[in-house]
Design a protein around this ligand. Sequence first.
Ligand code: GLP
Length: 240
Amino acid sequence: MAEVIIVPDSESAGALVADEIVRLVRERADAVLGLATGSTPLPVYRALTTRLEGVDVSRVRGFALDEYVGLDPAHPESYRSVITREVVEPLGLDPAFVRTPDGSPEGIEHAGADYELAIAAAGGVDLQLLGIGTDGHIGFNEPGSSFASRTRVKTLTRQTRADNARFFDTIDDVPMHCITQGLGTILTARHLVLLAFGEEKAAAIAGAVEGPVTASLPGSAIQLHEHVTVVVDEAAASAL
Ligand code: GLP
């Protein structure tokens, strides 16, 4: 059963999770962080910026959950750019130690397997940050994704493309495909930390935490893991 922590706001959530990450990095200088994109984890990254001052982060490693396919890595909304801007630069991490799946059309055939090998070679993820989509997706594992799935190419649903259209000029600019860690990959991390804020996430959180374990709500895969912390505000907790 996941531990559910209800906090007053996203800033408190950021502080709480950042403290946990700082503890981890102090304990293991080469900790492996599982990084998420979207707006939800941003308060964690902001809180980490000050908390990591004076902590040696030169050996910290990171793996992003997902990437768009066919979007130039230099595009400001590629997840490579987002992770560089929001995590690598402000926290002073070594960019060579922080990976995102390769979404380039040339590399796509081997990108999933290569990413899995890289995660395994790093010894696995110590702490995986997760947001959740309004349809219950984690990473880009849309409803119907297998619990055994590994890093692979997926087609984005219309709903997710509409949700993410705010980061692009129009919905037509949102890529159709992505490469994402699978639910099976995510479940290999040693500690899952799922965050959600706002009323629009309430149904997804209720389903993930206490609904049936079903591929129709990919976030419910967290119920198969023995070390899960869910950090939510009152609104996101309102259907629990
Ligand atoms: C995207 C990301 C997910 C994220 C979700 C929710 O689809 N691939 O990792 O959890 O959006 O985004 P937000 O946190 O902005 O609500």
